[in-house]
Design a binder for this molecule. Structure first.
Ligand code: K7E
Ligand code: CUA
Length: 633
Protein backbone atom coordinates (compact mmCIF):
# COMPACT_ATOMS: atom_id res chain seq x y z
CA UNK A 1 0.00 0.00 0.00
CA UNK A 2 1.56 3.27 -1.00
CA UNK A 3 1.19 6.11 1.41
CA UNK A 4 1.29 9.75 0.56
CA UNK A 5 3.50 11.64 2.94
CA UNK A 6 2.60 15.02 4.32
CA UNK A 7 4.40 17.71 2.47
CA UNK A 8 5.75 21.12 3.31
CA UNK A 9 3.42 23.97 2.60
CA UNK A 10 3.86 25.90 -0.59
CA UNK A 11 5.12 29.48 -0.30
CA UNK A 12 1.73 31.10 -1.19
CA UNK A 13 0.07 28.91 1.42
CA UNK A 14 2.52 30.08 4.06
CA UNK A 15 1.85 33.68 3.11
CA UNK A 16 -1.86 33.02 3.37
CA UNK A 17 -1.48 31.50 6.80
CA UNK A 18 0.49 34.47 8.02
CA UNK A 19 -1.88 37.00 6.47
CA UNK A 20 -4.98 35.28 7.80
CA UNK A 21 -3.43 35.07 11.23
CA UNK A 22 -2.90 38.80 11.42
CA UNK A 23 -6.01 39.88 9.50
CA UNK A 24 -8.52 42.21 11.10
CA UNK A 25 -12.09 41.54 12.22
CA UNK A 26 -13.47 39.89 15.33
CA UNK A 27 -11.69 36.72 16.34
CA UNK A 28 -12.53 34.05 18.84
CA UNK A 29 -10.42 34.40 21.96
CA UNK A 30 -7.12 32.65 21.84
CA UNK A 31 -6.69 32.64 18.05
CA UNK A 32 -3.73 34.28 16.31
CA UNK A 33 -1.33 32.33 18.53
CA UNK A 34 -2.24 34.43 21.53
CA UNK A 35 -0.69 32.92 24.63
CA UNK A 36 -3.21 31.24 26.86
CA UNK A 37 -0.45 30.59 29.35
CA UNK A 38 2.46 28.19 29.09
CA UNK A 39 4.30 26.90 26.06
CA UNK A 40 4.75 29.68 23.57
CA UNK A 41 5.58 29.07 19.95
CA UNK A 42 6.06 30.89 16.73
CA UNK A 43 2.78 30.52 14.87
CA UNK A 44 4.19 30.22 11.35
CA UNK A 45 6.74 27.66 12.34
CA UNK A 46 4.14 25.74 14.32
CA UNK A 47 1.63 25.85 11.47
CA UNK A 48 4.23 24.61 9.00
CA UNK A 49 5.26 21.78 11.21
CA UNK A 50 1.83 20.50 12.10
CA UNK A 51 -0.23 21.20 9.01
CA UNK A 52 -1.07 18.04 7.12
CA UNK A 53 -2.83 19.06 3.95
CA UNK A 54 -6.15 17.44 2.98
CA UNK A 55 -5.38 14.06 1.47
CA UNK A 56 -1.90 13.87 2.95
CA UNK A 57 -1.00 11.47 5.70
CA UNK A 58 0.73 11.82 9.02
CA UNK A 59 4.24 10.55 9.72
CA UNK A 60 3.42 8.69 12.91
CA UNK A 61 0.62 6.89 14.66
CA UNK A 62 0.11 7.89 18.29
CA UNK A 63 -1.71 5.42 20.54
CA UNK A 64 -2.97 7.05 23.72
CA UNK A 65 -4.21 4.99 26.62
CA UNK A 66 -7.78 5.95 27.43
CA UNK A 67 -7.45 5.67 31.21
CA UNK A 68 -10.72 4.83 32.92
CA UNK A 69 -12.58 5.02 29.61
CA UNK A 70 -10.93 1.63 29.09
CA UNK A 71 -10.06 2.41 25.50
CA UNK A 72 -7.18 3.45 23.28
CA UNK A 73 -7.34 6.60 21.17
CA UNK A 74 -5.39 6.75 17.92
CA UNK A 75 -4.14 9.99 16.41
CA UNK A 76 -1.79 10.98 13.63
CA UNK A 77 1.37 12.98 14.34
CA UNK A 78 2.10 15.80 13.61
CA UNK A 79 -1.52 16.73 12.82
CA UNK A 80 -2.70 15.29 16.19
CA UNK A 81 -6.01 14.47 14.50
CA UNK A 82 -7.95 11.71 16.21
CA UNK A 83 -8.50 8.91 13.70
CA UNK A 84 -9.96 6.06 15.69
CA UNK A 85 -10.86 4.61 19.05
CA UNK A 86 -9.98 1.03 19.88
CA UNK A 87 -12.23 -0.34 22.60
CA UNK A 88 -10.27 -2.62 24.92
CA UNK A 89 -11.77 -3.03 28.39
CA UNK A 90 -15.07 -1.26 27.73
CA UNK A 91 -17.97 -2.08 25.40
CA UNK A 92 -18.17 0.32 22.47
CA UNK A 93 -21.32 0.33 20.36
CA UNK A 94 -19.48 2.23 17.63
CA UNK A 95 -17.67 -0.93 16.64
CA UNK A 96 -20.14 -3.34 18.21
CA UNK A 97 -17.44 -4.33 20.70
CA UNK A 98 -18.79 -6.12 23.76
CA UNK A 99 -22.09 -7.09 22.11
CA UNK A 100 -21.15 -10.21 20.15
CA UNK A 101 -20.40 -13.45 22.01
CA UNK A 102 -16.65 -13.40 21.46
CA UNK A 103 -15.89 -9.86 22.63
CA UNK A 104 -18.42 -10.16 25.45
CA UNK A 105 -16.64 -13.26 26.70
CA UNK A 106 -13.29 -11.49 26.41
CA UNK A 107 -14.55 -8.65 28.63
CA UNK A 108 -15.22 -11.30 31.26
CA UNK A 109 -18.22 -9.62 32.86
CA UNK A 110 -16.44 -6.31 33.46
CA UNK A 111 -17.86 -3.17 31.90
CA UNK A 112 -14.73 -1.05 32.31
CA UNK A 113 -11.01 -1.05 32.83
CA UNK A 114 -8.35 1.56 33.51
CA UNK A 115 -5.86 1.49 30.67
CA UNK A 116 -2.58 3.25 31.44
CA UNK A 117 0.47 2.04 29.51
CA UNK A 118 0.40 0.89 25.92
CA UNK A 119 3.49 -0.97 24.70
CA UNK A 120 4.44 -2.19 21.22
CA UNK A 121 5.78 -5.62 20.47
CA UNK A 122 9.48 -5.51 19.61
CA UNK A 123 11.96 -7.48 17.58
CA UNK A 124 15.61 -6.81 18.35
CA UNK A 125 14.56 -3.84 20.47
CA UNK A 126 12.71 -2.15 17.58
CA UNK A 127 8.95 -1.69 17.31
CA UNK A 128 7.86 -4.38 14.87
CA UNK A 129 4.27 -3.18 14.37
CA UNK A 130 2.65 -6.52 15.20
CA UNK A 131 0.85 -6.00 18.49
CA UNK A 132 0.04 -3.40 21.05
CA UNK A 133 -0.37 -4.36 24.69
CA UNK A 134 -2.09 -2.39 27.43
CA UNK A 135 -2.68 -2.87 31.14
CA UNK A 136 -5.87 -2.58 33.16
CA UNK A 137 -4.91 -0.80 36.36
CA UNK A 138 -8.24 -1.68 37.95
CA UNK A 139 -8.80 -5.39 37.44
CA UNK A 140 -5.40 -7.09 37.19
CA UNK A 141 -5.59 -7.58 33.45
CA UNK A 142 -3.61 -6.99 30.32
CA UNK A 143 -4.82 -6.90 26.71
CA UNK A 144 -3.38 -7.51 23.27
CA UNK A 145 -4.43 -5.54 20.20
CA UNK A 146 -3.63 -6.87 16.74
CA UNK A 147 -2.23 -4.04 14.62
CA UNK A 148 -3.34 -5.72 11.39
CA UNK A 149 -6.97 -4.87 12.13
CA UNK A 150 -6.69 -2.59 15.20
CA UNK A 151 -8.80 -4.91 17.31
CA UNK A 152 -8.49 -6.28 20.81
CA UNK A 153 -7.81 -10.00 20.51
CA UNK A 154 -7.10 -11.14 24.04
CA UNK A 155 -7.61 -9.99 27.60
CA UNK A 156 -5.67 -11.94 30.21
CA UNK A 157 -6.53 -11.87 33.89
CA UNK A 158 -4.11 -13.50 36.27
CA UNK A 159 -4.42 -14.27 39.99
CA UNK A 160 -2.73 -12.37 42.84
CA UNK A 161 -2.22 -9.05 41.03
CA UNK A 162 -4.09 -6.18 42.66
CA UNK A 163 -4.28 -3.17 40.35
CA UNK A 164 -1.92 -3.90 37.50
CA UNK A 165 -0.12 -0.60 37.05
CA UNK A 166 3.55 -1.37 36.21
CA UNK A 167 2.50 -2.86 32.90
CA UNK A 168 2.59 -3.51 29.94
CA UNK A 169 6.28 -3.08 29.21
CA UNK A 170 7.67 -5.34 26.53
CA UNK A 171 11.08 -7.08 26.46
CA UNK A 172 13.28 -6.49 23.36
CA UNK A 173 12.21 -9.64 21.52
CA UNK A 174 8.66 -9.72 22.89
CA UNK A 175 9.49 -12.62 25.18
CA UNK A 176 7.53 -11.11 28.06
CA UNK A 177 5.43 -8.21 29.17
CA UNK A 178 5.34 -7.02 32.76
CA UNK A 179 2.53 -6.99 35.30
CA UNK A 180 2.65 -5.80 38.91
CA UNK A 181 0.59 -5.03 41.99
CA UNK A 182 0.06 -1.36 42.63
CA UNK A 183 -2.02 -1.71 45.79
CA UNK A 184 -0.84 -4.59 47.94
CA UNK A 185 -3.58 -6.85 49.32
CA UNK A 186 -3.54 -9.98 51.49
CA UNK A 187 -1.80 -12.85 49.77
CA UNK A 188 -2.92 -15.05 48.08
CA UNK A 189 -5.74 -13.26 46.34
CA UNK A 190 -9.08 -13.59 48.11
CA UNK A 191 -7.55 -13.84 51.61
CA UNK A 192 -9.14 -11.71 54.32
CA UNK A 193 -6.89 -9.75 56.67
CA UNK A 194 -7.56 -6.42 58.37
CA UNK A 195 -5.45 -3.40 57.37
CA UNK A 196 -3.96 -3.50 60.89
CA UNK A 197 -2.13 -6.60 59.65
CA UNK A 198 -0.84 -4.81 56.57
CA UNK A 199 2.87 -5.29 57.23
CA UNK A 200 2.60 -9.08 57.72
CA UNK A 201 -0.33 -10.32 55.69
CA UNK A 202 -0.35 -8.01 52.68
CA UNK A 203 1.99 -8.62 49.75
CA UNK A 204 2.94 -7.27 46.40
CA UNK A 205 3.35 -9.47 43.34
CA UNK A 206 5.19 -8.86 40.08
CA UNK A 207 4.68 -11.12 37.09
CA UNK A 208 6.13 -12.01 33.71
CA UNK A 209 3.52 -12.62 31.03
CA UNK A 210 4.88 -14.87 28.33
CA UNK A 211 4.14 -14.05 24.70
CA UNK A 212 3.80 -16.62 21.97
CA UNK A 213 6.40 -15.62 19.35
CA UNK A 214 4.07 -16.13 16.37
CA UNK A 215 0.61 -15.37 17.67
CA UNK A 216 1.32 -12.98 20.53
CA UNK A 217 -0.92 -15.12 22.74
CA UNK A 218 -0.32 -14.12 26.37
CA UNK A 219 0.02 -16.59 29.22
CA UNK A 220 1.27 -16.37 32.78
CA UNK A 221 4.98 -17.21 32.99
CA UNK A 222 5.75 -16.69 36.67
CA UNK A 223 5.00 -14.49 39.65
CA UNK A 224 7.33 -13.25 42.38
CA UNK A 225 5.94 -12.40 45.80
CA UNK A 226 7.48 -9.16 47.07
CA UNK A 227 7.08 -6.95 50.15
CA UNK A 228 3.82 -4.99 50.64
CA UNK A 229 4.97 -1.86 48.86
CA UNK A 230 3.11 -0.16 46.04
CA UNK A 231 4.70 -1.22 42.74
CA UNK A 232 4.26 1.67 40.41
CA UNK A 233 5.85 2.15 37.02
CA UNK A 234 7.89 -0.41 35.14
CA UNK A 235 10.16 -0.84 32.18
CA UNK A 236 11.98 -3.66 30.48
CA UNK A 237 15.76 -3.68 30.10
CA UNK A 238 17.33 -3.65 26.67
CA UNK A 239 20.80 -4.20 25.18
CA UNK A 240 23.14 -3.66 28.20
CA UNK A 241 20.24 -4.34 30.58
CA UNK A 242 18.51 -7.01 28.49
CA UNK A 243 17.15 -9.70 30.77
CA UNK A 244 16.01 -7.35 33.52
CA UNK A 245 12.69 -5.78 34.40
CA UNK A 246 12.34 -2.72 36.62
CA UNK A 247 9.55 -1.36 38.79
CA UNK A 248 9.56 1.67 41.06
CA UNK A 249 7.86 1.21 44.40
CA UNK A 250 6.63 3.50 47.15
CA UNK A 251 5.35 2.95 50.68
CA UNK A 252 8.44 0.98 51.68
CA UNK A 253 7.23 1.99 55.17
CA UNK A 254 4.83 -0.95 54.62
CA UNK A 255 2.03 0.74 56.46
CA UNK A 256 -1.58 1.41 55.82
CA UNK A 257 -2.81 3.36 58.81
CA UNK A 258 -6.56 3.82 58.81
CA UNK A 259 -7.26 7.55 58.56
CA UNK A 260 -3.51 8.09 58.49
CA UNK A 261 -3.29 9.47 54.97
CA UNK A 262 -0.98 7.39 52.84
CA UNK A 263 0.35 10.56 51.23
CA UNK A 264 2.03 11.30 54.55
CA UNK A 265 2.74 7.85 55.95
CA UNK A 266 4.27 6.62 52.70
CA UNK A 267 6.73 9.50 52.57
CA UNK A 268 8.44 9.12 55.92
CA UNK A 269 11.53 7.32 54.79
CA UNK A 270 14.12 9.14 52.76
CA UNK A 271 14.36 6.47 50.14
CA UNK A 272 12.13 4.02 48.36
CA UNK A 273 13.25 1.57 45.70
CA UNK A 274 13.39 0.30 42.19
CA UNK A 275 12.73 -3.44 42.15
CA UNK A 276 14.88 -5.18 39.54
CA UNK A 277 14.07 -8.72 38.40
CA UNK A 278 16.22 -11.03 36.29
CA UNK A 279 13.46 -12.54 34.15
CA UNK A 280 15.65 -15.23 32.64
CA UNK A 281 16.55 -16.38 36.16
CA UNK A 282 12.86 -16.28 37.14
CA UNK A 283 11.97 -18.29 34.04
CA UNK A 284 14.70 -20.83 34.81
CA UNK A 285 13.74 -21.16 38.47
CA UNK A 286 10.12 -21.74 37.47
CA UNK A 287 11.15 -24.37 34.90
CA UNK A 288 13.22 -26.08 37.61
CA UNK A 289 10.12 -26.37 39.79
CA UNK A 290 11.19 -23.78 42.36
CA UNK A 291 7.85 -21.96 42.13
CA UNK A 292 4.96 -22.95 44.39
CA UNK A 293 1.42 -22.90 43.09
CA UNK A 294 -0.36 -20.22 45.11
CA UNK A 295 -3.85 -19.07 44.22
CA UNK A 296 -3.48 -20.91 40.91
CA UNK A 297 -0.23 -19.22 39.87
CA UNK A 298 3.41 -20.34 39.97
CA UNK A 299 4.93 -18.05 42.59
CA UNK A 300 8.63 -17.61 43.36
CA UNK A 301 9.55 -16.43 46.83
CA UNK A 302 12.88 -14.51 47.07
CA UNK A 303 13.23 -15.80 50.64
CA UNK A 304 13.67 -19.27 49.13
CA UNK A 305 14.92 -18.54 45.61
CA UNK A 306 17.89 -16.19 45.45
CA UNK A 307 19.38 -14.21 42.55
CA UNK A 308 16.08 -13.30 40.95
CA UNK A 309 15.34 -9.87 42.47
CA UNK A 310 17.17 -6.83 43.90
CA UNK A 311 16.26 -3.37 45.15
CA UNK A 312 17.99 -0.18 43.99
CA UNK A 313 17.50 2.67 46.50
CA UNK A 314 15.83 5.75 45.00
CA UNK A 315 14.62 9.13 46.29
CA UNK A 316 11.33 8.69 48.15
CA UNK A 317 7.94 8.28 46.51
CA UNK A 318 9.26 7.59 43.03
CA UNK A 319 7.07 7.31 39.97
CA UNK A 320 8.74 6.62 36.62
CA UNK A 321 11.58 4.28 35.77
CA UNK A 322 12.86 4.39 32.21
CA UNK A 323 15.62 2.51 30.44
CA UNK A 324 17.75 4.51 27.98
CA UNK A 325 18.04 3.35 24.34
CA UNK A 326 21.48 1.80 24.99
CA UNK A 327 20.06 -0.02 27.97
CA UNK A 328 22.95 1.12 30.13
CA UNK A 329 21.26 3.97 31.98
CA UNK A 330 18.26 3.36 34.17
CA UNK A 331 16.48 6.59 35.07
CA UNK A 332 14.43 6.74 38.24
CA UNK A 333 12.33 9.75 39.17
CA UNK A 334 11.34 10.57 42.71
CA UNK A 335 8.35 12.86 42.45
CA UNK A 336 9.09 14.55 45.78
CA UNK A 337 12.71 15.15 44.84
CA UNK A 338 13.90 17.73 42.30
CA UNK A 339 16.28 15.24 40.73
CA UNK A 340 16.22 12.13 38.61
CA UNK A 341 18.69 9.41 39.42
CA UNK A 342 20.75 7.74 36.73
CA UNK A 343 21.93 4.20 37.49
CA UNK A 344 24.60 2.42 35.51
CA UNK A 345 23.63 -1.18 34.78
CA UNK A 346 27.33 -2.11 34.64
CA UNK A 347 27.73 -0.86 38.22
CA UNK A 348 24.55 -2.72 39.17
CA UNK A 349 25.92 -5.97 37.77
CA UNK A 350 29.22 -5.40 39.58
CA UNK A 351 27.46 -4.70 42.88
CA UNK A 352 25.48 -7.93 42.50
CA UNK A 353 28.65 -9.91 41.72
CA UNK A 354 30.45 -8.41 44.72
CA UNK A 355 27.41 -8.72 47.00
CA UNK A 356 27.68 -5.01 47.67
CA UNK A 357 24.41 -4.80 49.61
CA UNK A 358 23.07 -2.28 52.14
CA UNK A 359 20.59 -4.74 53.63
CA UNK A 360 18.14 -7.45 52.65
CA UNK A 361 14.34 -6.99 52.64
CA UNK A 362 12.22 -10.15 52.61
CA UNK A 363 15.00 -12.05 50.86
CA UNK A 364 15.68 -9.27 48.36
CA UNK A 365 19.15 -7.65 48.58
CA UNK A 366 19.29 -3.85 48.51
CA UNK A 367 22.23 -2.72 46.39
CA UNK A 368 24.44 -0.01 47.90
CA UNK A 369 23.16 3.27 46.54
CA UNK A 370 26.55 4.94 46.15
CA UNK A 371 27.85 1.92 44.24
CA UNK A 372 25.14 1.79 41.58
CA UNK A 373 24.23 5.42 41.10
CA UNK A 374 25.90 7.25 38.23
CA UNK A 375 24.47 10.70 38.89
CA UNK A 376 21.57 12.75 40.19
CA UNK A 377 20.36 15.26 37.64
CA UNK A 378 18.72 18.47 38.91
CA UNK A 379 15.95 18.43 36.31
CA UNK A 380 13.38 20.41 38.29
CA UNK A 381 10.31 19.97 40.44
CA UNK A 382 8.18 16.84 40.38
CA UNK A 383 9.98 14.65 37.84
CA UNK A 384 7.80 11.77 36.69
CA UNK A 385 8.69 10.12 33.41
CA UNK A 386 11.62 10.15 30.99
CA UNK A 387 11.86 9.62 27.25
CA UNK A 388 14.74 9.74 24.80
CA UNK A 389 15.86 10.90 21.39
CA UNK A 390 18.54 9.49 19.09
CA UNK A 391 21.13 12.10 20.03
CA UNK A 392 21.82 11.14 23.64
CA UNK A 393 19.21 13.42 25.18
CA UNK A 394 16.65 12.54 27.78
CA UNK A 395 13.36 14.38 28.34
CA UNK A 396 11.77 14.34 31.77
CA UNK A 397 8.26 15.50 32.60
CA UNK A 398 8.06 17.84 35.60
CA UNK A 399 4.61 17.60 37.14
CA UNK A 400 5.02 20.39 39.69
CA UNK A 401 6.88 22.73 37.39
CA UNK A 402 4.55 22.02 34.43
CA UNK A 403 7.51 21.71 32.12
CA UNK A 404 9.64 19.30 30.15
CA UNK A 405 13.36 19.25 30.93
CA UNK A 406 15.85 18.17 28.30
CA UNK A 407 19.10 16.83 29.63
CA UNK A 408 22.15 14.88 28.56
CA UNK A 409 22.66 11.21 29.28
CA UNK A 410 26.16 10.21 30.55
CA UNK A 411 29.11 10.38 30.21
CA UNK A 412 29.64 13.27 32.63
CA UNK A 413 32.85 14.94 33.67
CA UNK A 414 33.76 13.99 37.19
CA UNK A 415 33.09 16.70 39.73
CA UNK A 416 31.15 18.74 37.19
CA UNK A 417 28.21 20.91 38.20
CA UNK A 418 25.32 18.71 37.07
CA UNK A 419 23.19 21.76 36.23
CA UNK A 420 25.13 22.16 33.01
CA UNK A 421 23.68 18.90 31.69
CA UNK A 422 20.13 20.22 31.89
CA UNK A 423 20.19 21.95 28.52
CA UNK A 424 16.65 23.16 27.91
CA UNK A 425 13.24 23.47 29.48
CA UNK A 426 9.88 24.20 27.92
CA UNK A 427 6.72 25.07 29.86
CA UNK A 428 3.59 23.05 29.12
CA UNK A 429 -0.03 23.64 30.09
CA UNK A 430 -0.29 22.19 32.73
CA UNK A 431 0.83 19.53 35.19
CA UNK A 432 2.32 17.08 32.78
CA UNK A 433 2.18 13.37 33.55
CA UNK A 434 3.73 11.12 30.94
CA UNK A 435 5.50 12.22 27.81
CA UNK A 436 6.42 10.25 24.73
CA UNK A 437 8.94 10.66 21.92
CA UNK A 438 8.71 9.06 18.50
CA UNK A 439 9.69 5.39 18.94
CA UNK A 440 10.97 6.50 22.33
CA UNK A 441 10.95 3.08 24.02
CA UNK A 442 12.91 1.38 21.23
CA UNK A 443 16.69 1.08 20.95
CA UNK A 444 16.64 3.70 18.17
CA UNK A 445 14.28 6.57 19.01
CA UNK A 446 13.46 8.94 16.16
CA UNK A 447 13.52 12.19 18.06
CA UNK A 448 11.54 14.69 15.97
CA UNK A 449 8.44 14.87 18.12
CA UNK A 450 7.51 14.67 21.75
CA UNK A 451 3.97 14.62 23.07
CA UNK A 452 3.37 16.01 26.55
CA UNK A 453 0.37 14.36 28.20
CA UNK A 454 -0.93 17.03 30.52
CA UNK A 455 -3.20 16.34 33.42
CA UNK A 456 -4.92 19.65 34.11
CA UNK A 457 -5.48 21.73 31.02
CA UNK A 458 -7.25 24.75 32.34
CA UNK A 459 -8.95 26.76 29.67
CA UNK A 460 -7.05 26.31 26.43
CA UNK A 461 -10.13 25.20 24.48
CA UNK A 462 -13.80 26.06 24.09
CA UNK A 463 -15.45 25.42 27.41
CA UNK A 464 -17.53 22.26 27.74
CA UNK A 465 -18.53 22.46 31.35
CA UNK A 466 -16.81 21.26 34.49
CA UNK A 467 -15.08 18.17 33.07
CA UNK A 468 -12.25 19.53 31.04
CA UNK A 469 -10.85 17.57 28.11
CA UNK A 470 -7.42 16.04 28.58
CA UNK A 471 -4.73 17.91 26.79
CA UNK A 472 -1.74 16.74 24.86
CA UNK A 473 0.85 19.11 23.44
CA UNK A 474 3.03 18.36 20.49
CA UNK A 475 6.60 19.54 20.98
CA UNK A 476 9.17 19.82 18.23
CA UNK A 477 12.41 18.35 19.59
CA UNK A 478 14.35 18.27 16.32
CA UNK A 479 16.43 21.33 17.21
CA UNK A 480 18.48 22.54 20.17
CA UNK A 481 15.48 24.18 21.82
CA UNK A 482 12.14 22.48 22.32
CA UNK A 483 9.08 24.20 20.85
CA UNK A 484 5.42 23.60 21.63
CA UNK A 485 3.70 23.47 18.25
CA UNK A 486 0.20 22.12 18.84
CA UNK A 487 -2.48 21.65 21.48
CA UNK A 488 -4.66 18.56 21.11
CA UNK A 489 -7.44 17.24 23.29
CA UNK A 490 -8.95 13.87 24.04
CA UNK A 491 -11.63 12.39 26.22
CA UNK A 492 -10.66 11.03 29.64
CA UNK A 493 -8.00 10.15 30.27
CA UNK A 494 -4.70 9.32 28.69
CA UNK A 495 -1.80 8.35 30.92
CA UNK A 496 0.89 7.09 28.61
CA UNK A 497 1.01 6.96 24.81
CA UNK A 498 3.34 5.35 22.29
CA UNK A 499 4.33 6.61 18.85
CA UNK A 500 5.34 4.47 15.86
CA UNK A 501 6.40 5.33 12.31
CA UNK A 502 3.32 5.17 10.09
CA UNK A 503 5.02 2.99 7.49
CA UNK A 504 5.59 0.24 10.05
CA UNK A 505 1.87 -0.52 10.07
CA UNK A 506 -0.02 -1.88 7.11
CA UNK A 507 -3.53 -2.59 8.37
CA UNK A 508 -5.84 -4.76 6.28
CA UNK A 509 -8.68 -3.25 4.27
CA UNK A 510 -11.09 -6.21 4.41
CA UNK A 511 -11.05 -9.76 5.74
CA UNK A 512 -10.50 -11.54 2.45
CA UNK A 513 -12.60 -14.61 1.88
CA UNK A 514 -10.49 -17.73 2.57
CA UNK A 515 -7.49 -15.70 3.73
CA UNK A 516 -5.23 -18.14 5.60
CA UNK A 517 -3.94 -15.25 7.74
CA UNK A 518 -7.14 -15.37 9.78
CA UNK A 519 -8.82 -18.29 11.49
CA UNK A 520 -11.76 -19.63 9.47
CA UNK A 521 -15.11 -19.03 11.13
CA UNK A 522 -17.13 -22.27 10.85
CA UNK A 523 -20.37 -20.27 10.88
CA UNK A 524 -19.50 -18.00 7.97
CA UNK A 525 -21.83 -18.13 4.98
CA UNK A 526 -21.01 -16.53 1.65
CA UNK A 527 -24.21 -17.10 -0.41
CA UNK A 528 -27.84 -16.21 0.09
CA UNK A 529 -28.74 -19.88 -0.45
CA UNK A 530 -26.81 -20.81 2.69
CA UNK A 531 -28.79 -18.40 4.86
CA UNK A 532 -31.12 -20.36 7.14
CA UNK A 533 -32.94 -20.70 10.45
CA UNK A 534 -32.77 -24.01 12.33
CA UNK A 535 -34.67 -24.98 15.44
CA UNK A 536 -33.43 -27.57 17.95
CA UNK A 537 -35.81 -27.83 20.89
CA UNK A 538 -35.86 -24.40 22.50
CA UNK A 539 -32.84 -23.14 20.57
CA UNK A 540 -33.15 -21.24 17.32
CA UNK A 541 -29.95 -20.81 15.33
CA UNK A 542 -29.71 -18.37 12.45
CA UNK A 543 -27.02 -18.16 9.77
CA UNK A 544 -27.49 -14.69 8.37
CA UNK A 545 -25.90 -12.87 5.49
CA UNK A 546 -25.56 -9.08 5.44
CA UNK A 547 -24.75 -7.39 2.15
CA UNK A 548 -25.82 -4.15 0.45
CA UNK A 549 -28.65 -3.65 1.19
CA UNK A 550 -30.45 -6.56 2.78
CA UNK A 551 -30.29 -9.26 5.42
CA UNK A 552 -30.98 -12.89 4.55
CA UNK A 553 -33.08 -14.09 6.26
CA UNK A 554 -34.95 -10.89 7.04
CA UNK A 555 -37.57 -12.53 9.24
CA UNK A 556 -36.75 -14.60 12.33
CA UNK A 557 -39.66 -16.38 14.03
CA UNK A 558 -39.11 -17.55 17.59
CA UNK A 559 -41.12 -18.31 20.70
CA UNK A 560 -40.80 -16.41 23.92
CA UNK A 561 -38.14 -18.04 26.07
CA UNK A 562 -36.15 -19.47 23.15
CA UNK A 563 -32.40 -19.16 23.07
CA UNK A 564 -31.54 -17.36 19.86
CA UNK A 565 -28.12 -17.65 18.23
CA UNK A 566 -27.46 -15.42 15.25
CA UNK A 567 -24.30 -15.74 13.16
CA UNK A 568 -24.02 -12.74 10.84
CA UNK A 569 -21.57 -12.73 7.96
CA UNK A 570 -20.84 -9.53 6.13
CA UNK A 571 -19.98 -10.85 2.67
CA UNK A 572 -18.73 -7.51 1.37
CA UNK A 573 -15.17 -7.43 0.06
CA UNK A 574 -15.09 -3.67 -0.33
CA UNK A 575 -13.27 -1.40 2.08
CA UNK A 576 -15.39 0.39 4.68
CA UNK A 577 -18.54 -1.54 3.73
CA UNK A 578 -19.47 -2.39 7.28
CA UNK A 579 -22.92 -3.55 8.32
CA UNK A 580 -24.54 -3.41 11.70
CA UNK A 581 -27.11 -5.79 13.12
CA UNK A 582 -29.15 -4.16 15.86
CA UNK A 583 -32.38 -5.51 17.34
CA UNK A 584 -34.66 -2.84 18.74
CA UNK A 585 -35.35 -3.10 22.47
CA UNK A 586 -33.06 -6.11 22.85
CA UNK A 587 -29.90 -4.09 23.59
CA UNK A 588 -28.06 -5.72 20.73
CA UNK A 589 -25.77 -3.95 18.28
CA UNK A 590 -23.25 -6.09 16.45
CA UNK A 591 -21.06 -4.42 13.83
CA UNK A 592 -19.51 -6.66 11.20
CA UNK A 593 -16.55 -5.65 9.05
CA UNK A 594 -16.29 -6.73 5.40
CA UNK A 595 -15.62 -10.48 5.32
CA UNK A 596 -16.20 -10.92 9.04
CA UNK A 597 -18.64 -13.22 10.87
CA UNK A 598 -19.91 -12.45 14.36
CA UNK A 599 -22.20 -14.40 16.64
CA UNK A 600 -24.67 -13.06 19.16
CA UNK A 601 -26.60 -15.28 21.58
CA UNK A 602 -29.55 -14.09 23.65
CA UNK A 603 -32.85 -15.18 25.15
CA UNK A 604 -36.03 -14.00 23.46
CA UNK A 605 -37.51 -12.87 26.78
CA UNK A 606 -39.94 -10.27 25.44
CA UNK A 607 -42.83 -11.16 23.16
CA UNK A 608 -43.95 -9.01 20.29
CA UNK A 609 -42.46 -7.86 17.02
CA UNK A 610 -39.02 -6.30 17.01
CA UNK A 611 -37.45 -4.66 14.02
CA UNK A 612 -33.79 -5.22 13.34
CA UNK A 613 -31.71 -2.96 11.15
CA UNK A 614 -28.26 -2.06 9.93
CA UNK A 615 -26.64 0.55 12.19
CA UNK A 616 -23.61 1.34 10.07
CA UNK A 617 -24.20 3.52 7.04
CA UNK A 618 -23.53 1.35 4.00
CA UNK A 619 -25.23 2.72 0.89
CA UNK A 620 -28.00 4.92 -0.42
CA UNK A 621 -30.36 2.10 0.57
CA UNK A 622 -28.92 1.68 4.05
CA UNK A 623 -32.28 2.65 5.55
CA UNK A 624 -33.92 -0.24 3.70
CA UNK A 625 -31.56 -2.76 5.29
CA UNK A 626 -33.94 -4.10 7.90
CA UNK A 627 -36.02 -7.07 9.01
CA UNK A 628 -38.18 -8.41 11.83
CA UNK A 629 -37.83 -10.75 14.73
CA UNK A 630 -41.25 -12.12 15.66
CA UNK A 631 -41.46 -13.41 19.20
CA UNK A 632 -44.61 -15.44 19.84
CA UNK A 633 -45.99 -15.51 23.40
CU1 K7E B 1 -0.72 8.27 35.22
CU2 K7E B 1 2.09 5.89 34.22
CU3 K7E B 1 -0.52 5.34 35.45
CU4 K7E B 1 2.37 8.48 35.53
S1 K7E B 1 0.81 6.91 35.36
S2 K7E B 1 1.35 10.22 35.29
CU1 CUA C 1 -25.79 -2.16 5.92
CU2 CUA C 1 -26.23 0.00 6.63
Amino acid sequence: MSKMRWTWLSVPMIALLIVSSIGCGPKPPGRRGARAGGGGSDITDAALKTYVAPGDLDEYYLFYSGGHSGQIFVSGVPSMRHICTIPVFTPYPGTGYGFDDESKEMLGGYSWGDSHHPGFSETGGEYDGRWLFINDNANGRVARIDLRDFKTKQILKIPNISANHGSSFVTPNSEYITMSTRMSVPFPEGTYADVTEYAEKYKGVVAGIKLHPETGEMSLGWEIVVPPFNYDLGDAGKKASDGYMFWTCYNSEREFIEGGKLEITASQKDKDYILMVDWRAAEKATAEGKAEMVGGAPVLDPEKVSDIAWFLPLAKSPHGVDVSPSGRWIIGSGKLSPTTTVYDIEKVKKAIAEKDFEETIDGIPVLTYASVREAEIPVGLGPLHTQFDERGNAYTSLFVESAVAKWKLPPYESGADMNQYVVDKVPVAYNIGHLVTAEGDSITPDGNYLVALNKLSKGRHLSVGPSIPESAQLIDISGERMKVIYDAFTEPEPHYAVMIKADKLDPIEVYKKDDPAWPKNPNAIWAKEDARVERRGKTVEVWMMAVRSFFAPDVIRVNKGDTVIVHVTNTEQTRDELHGFAIDDYDINVVIDPGETKTVTFTADKSGVFAFYCTNFCSALHQEMQGYMLVKE
